[in-house]
Design a protein around this ligand. Sequence first.
Ligand SMILES: Cc1cc2nc3c(=O)[nH]c(=O)nc-3n(C[C@H](O)[C@H](O)[C@H](O)COP(=O)(O)O)c2cc1C
Length: 313
Amino acid sequence: MNYTLAGIPIKNYLVASSSPLTESVERLICCKEAHFSAAILKSCANYKRIGRGYGRKIVYVKNGYYADASFENEILTLNEGIELFQNAHSLIRDDMLLIPSVSALSLEAKEWINSCKQFEKLGAKVIQLDFFYLGTLKHNDEFYQSLKILLSTLKKHLDCMVMPKLNLKFEPNKICKTLKDSGISYVSLLDSIRENPDKKYNLHPDNTSYFGPKQLPLTLEYLKAAKKHGLFVCAGGGIAKREDVEVLIQNGADMIQVASYVLNRGYSFTKDLLPDTVDYDFHNPILKHNPWCDSQRPGDCDHCGACAPHILP
Ligand SMILES: Cc1cc2nc3c(=O)[nH]c(=O)nc-3n(C[C@H](O)[C@H](O)[C@H](O)COP(=O)(O)O)c2cc1C
């Protein structure tokens, strides 16, 4: 089977989702060694970081986990995103497709175009548009109309492909129709579930998301809506076993993206999700790298909780 993304031949269907897996050059090299065919870089936005907010905190629960972090901690600045793309590109070249992920806090076309143009100039062929932080806007008819104007404007000003990332704020059919009517062909799904966790976990309700198998039925719902509108879908969210990959492919997913399955187990576990034909080197030391961070010494540890013992969902 031959796979292409935005006309670029790639080696298989497995894409690393924008997440800690793709947050540094070291971890992007791990993604390449783990046979991902493409990696969506950690999202960046054109903003000035004032202070560091509060750090990432991970709490494992019975059937998944919560992740909490402030915007300043979770979103790279545009310069950091550009540096990550350039440095990774100079080492990885054509061995894995690098897809920058751009975010912004408004539907103002200027904001999105300026960031996307910079990546396009550096050779990006596909850019993910991370709409997560538009969540505070009311998703009424006016919103979908403004989104259509934004996407049509982006299409007009950019040569590269843009791939909006959907989240649960969007009504599946309305958003997929809006994408199609704006001339968009690619869509990335699905972001996490915003949840108000139990107070005992001491997390910030406004910035906490749930990750786990509860997401998969929602991913399927958005996938079906996207295929109904003829979109190319890079689908993921809630994958907990190989059969979940098969279900998404049977329902029309063109590519499969994954974060938590690998974050919770390690890079070498991509082998569970890849076609059996992939030639895997299980002794490759690079695959032992921590998927959550690059700290080597105990003194560098942020104590985010990701390495705490947990039961896999
Ligand atoms: C700690 C963490 C940070 C994330 N940051 C981003 C991000 O910056 N941009 C983005 O588009 N998605 C981000 N995601 C969401 C993932 O890309 C993905 O949509 C989500 O984890 C669901 O897929 P999964 O079930 O395979 O984990 C993040 C996920 C986690 C766990």
